[in-house]
Design a protein around this ligand. Structure first.
Ligand code: BTN
Length: 252
């Protein structure tokens, strides 16, 4: 449990606040496997000792950042679950817009960037407990993160809100806004998925850009044209249209 952070929230599901944990995703997945938890249960940590990123990478998580995981148990076909991740990117961008008056862009599929540097990463993991599929979506935002507290690799690509704005950001206000936007996004995701895609398009930096697609060891140049209703990236590659659903891109 944590000392000293008060979130101002009015919601049914609890938010557990930890000073430190290995990984909020690992913590929440273990909790959800052990006992039934309400949809929307959230865990927020002030630091992580073993933060995890996509593709088996680590995620540098020192004090000053916001590390949050939320449990989603939607009643939907399992193949729809991955579309939660881009919606979480939308929710995080909207919360940052609301609290900090800057608008981060989304680099497909789900990194948030400010001034072309990485502000936030998102990791979704899905599992089954008591015959029910659930997803744990975790996001890490560099809020007041001191650059020299990051690993060298992270420091090379990252930006924090504090660096960008030139002032500290209230971590509790941002944490509350992220959770509120996640709750609102989840309602839209259930009731009106088209709205989430529209919001994603508004914030997506990759559309209309020359990009390099990377999957495993293979890289190829492409032109990113649009986002499909299932959040696939529609690309022109060698004069042909392709739907990209896996891998990563870099903007050229
Ligand atoms: C990435 O950029 O590759 C994804 C990073 C996801 C980091 C968040 S921080 C909260 C949650 N707990 C983790 O261990 N990872 C996610």
């Amino acid at each position: 449990m944590s000392v000293g952070m008060n979130l101002n929230l009015n919601r049914a599901a609890p938010v557990e606040i930890l000073d430190s944990t290995e990984s909020t995703n690992t913590y929440l997945k273990a909790l959800a496997a052990k006992a039934p938890l309400p949809d929307g249960y959230a865990v927020l940590a002030l630091r992580q000792t073993g933060g995890r990123g996509r593709m088996g990478r680590s995620f540098s998580s020192p004090i000053g950042g916001l590390y949050l995981s939320m449990l989603f148990m939607p009643d939907c076909p399992p193949e729809r679950i991955p579309t939660l991740t881009p919606c979480v990117a939308v929710a995080a961008a909207r919360a940052i817009e609301r609290v900090c008056a800057v608008t981060p862009g989304i680099k497909w599929p789900n990194d948030l960037l400010l001034s072309s540097r990485k502000l936030c990463g998102i990791l979704t993991e899905s599992s089954v407990a008591r015959s029910r599929r659930f997803a744990v979506v975790g996001l890490g935002i560099n809020v007041n993160t001191p650059p020299d507290a990051l690993t060298a690799d992270a420091r090379n690509v990252a930006v924090s809100l504090k660096e960008h704005l030139g002032r500290e950001v209230d971590l509790a206000a941002l944490g509350s806004a992220v959770i509120e936007e996640l709750d609102a996004m989840y309602s839209s995701w259930c009731a009106n998925p088209a709205y989430c895609v529209e919001e994603y398009r508004r914030l997506c930096l990759s559309i209309g850009r020359a990009v390099t697609l990377t999957r495993g060891e293979a890289s190829r140049p492409a032109y990113a044209r649009d986002i499909a209703p299932d959040f696939a990236l529609i690309c022109d590659i060698d004069g042909k249209e392709e739907r990209i659903t896996m891998g990563e891109i870099s903007l050229r």
